[in-house]
Design a protein around this ligand. Structure first.
Ligand code: ATP
Length: 139
């Protein structure tokens, strides 16, 4: 790979351990304030992340990781993402995510009927996680 000034290293960690570690030439994340693209030598950033895909480009390839929120810290060409959970594209169990999606949709319907705001909010978050995993696995 090229010299350190033209690459960035990306590390994604969760309570279960390091899910991803690689070098790349471009990092794309979705922050609470919108999309953020980071190239080498970008200014330092600390940002909260949405439940969404994280993309890391290196050469002609692009790695995709489903990230469940968390936050990003970037400085000195090193990005660290800390999240409750994260899965590399190839590690996503699509059937499990489809089950989680169906469960969350059923819970949302019940919670709406019962005006149960707590369960509704929890199920909406679970639905976002499941849909994100399905999207990352399939694209
Ligand atoms: P489920 O209801 O299927 O457990 P969840 O959204 O409640 O889904 P999390 O609590 O976010 O699951 O994650 C628990 C652990 O399981 C984490 O280590 C996460 O990476 C892993 N995980 C969850 N769903 C999947 C999936 N579809 N494929 C691979 N790993 C998954």
């Amino acid at each position: 790979m090229a010299d350190n000034a033209s690459v960035l290293s990306v590390s994604i960690v969760t309570p279960d351990g390091r899910v991803y570690e690689n070098q790349g030439t471009f990092l794309a994340v979705t922050t609470k304030l919108g999309q953020l693209g980071i190239m080498p030598n970008h200014v330092p950033v600390i940002s909260s992340l949405e439940v969404d895909v994280v993309r890391v480009k290196h050469g002609e390839d692009e790695d995709k990781i489903a990230v469940n929120g968390g936050f990003l810290e970037f400085s000195n060409n090193a990005a660290t993402i800390v999240a409750d959970s994260a899965e590399r594209q190839d590690d996503i169990d699509v059937a499990r995510a489809e089950n989680a999606r169906q469960r969350a949709e059923a819970t949302i319907k019940k919670a709406q009927a019962a005006h149960d705001a707590d369960n509704l909010a929890r199920a909406q978050v679970a639905l976002r996680r499941a849909v994100n995993r399905i999207n990352v696995a399939k694209h």
